[in-house]
Design a protein around this ligand. Structure first.
Ligand SMILES: [Zn+2]
Length: 255
């Protein structure tokens, strides 16, 4: 199993070696570690170099935060060019949803679109997939930008979108991931049934905390086993087969 989206740089780095050993002993083959800003991108790259086989690194600037300064954005784009051989993706990038009101009030919408489009262009030029935060109404706007920039490889992480947009994302050949929410939330269970299995990925978005049966637990890639068990029930496919397919999907997208 590979966790297709988590924030490894937000875990206690002093205990990371212990955790990775433990995760590996429980069948976790690796993670796709995404970054949230320039500093987090450097940190994620550093972790990647320390654990090169376990970590697939993606760097970028998270949209639910003030936009990158033009100096930081230029530095990020340069870092991507320079380190492209150590990278498996560009992310986490996208457009704000949850903080949209306050962020657009202060900065306007333009810098967020500019930042995203710059990242899409560089992703295309270095031939890497994009790890997207694009949910609810913003999923449609981001999808339009992917089409505008002729992006071929994209991953909509923890997607929440209308059936129409989900279908459109699928027909573009993009990937969609589900989180531990699929174990207890009907919305995500319905979504899974719409996604062709070879475009499906699983993730925890750790260390983000989840609810229901995961309440009061620290989020780790060990939750992937519960996700696979749920997928097996929803799709009536054995866990062995699901694991094989998901692993192949993740490796196909994030090389
Ligand atoms: Zn995330």
């Amino acid at each position: 199993m590979i966790d297709a989206h988590l924030h490894l740089d937000q875990y206690d780095l002093n205990k990371l070696e212990f955790h990775i050993d433990m995760w590996q002993s429980h069948g976790i083959e690796g993670v796709v570690a995404v970054a949230t800003n320039l500093q987090s991108s450097y940190k994620t790259l550093e972790i990647k170099l320390k654990y090169p086989t376990f970590v697939r690194a993606a760097i970028g600037h998270h949209p639910e935060a003030p936009p990158s300064t033009s100096k930081d954005l230029a530095e990020l784009l340069n870092l991507i060019k320079k380190e492209k051989n150590h990278l498996s993706g560009i992310g986490e990038i996208g457009l704000p949803t949850y903080q949209k009101g306050s962020l657009y009030e202060v900065y306007g919408q333009e810098p967020f679109c500019e930042q995203l489009e710059a990242c899409l262009e560089i992703a295309k030029s270095v031939d890497l997939p994009v790890a997207l935060h694009a949910v609810h109404n913003e999923s449609e706007r981001v999808l339009l930008l992917l089409k505008k920039h002729k992006i071929k490889q994209a991953h909509f992480h923890w997607l929440k979108a209308s059936n129409k947009i989900v279908q459109d994302i699928i027909s573009c050949g993009y990937y969609i991931s589900v989180t531990p929410e699929v174990c207890y939330r009907e919305r995500d269970q319905r979504l899974v049934k719409m996604i062709p299995i070879d475009q499906l990925l699983i993730e925890t978005d750790g260390p983000w905390k989840h609810g229901d049966l995961f309440q009061h637990q620290d989020t780790t890639p060990l939750f992937l086993k519960d996700i696979v068990d749920s997928l097996s029930n929803i799709l009536s496919i054995s866990t062995v087969n699901i694991n094989e397919i998901l692993l192949a999907n993740t490796k196909r997208l994030y090389k």
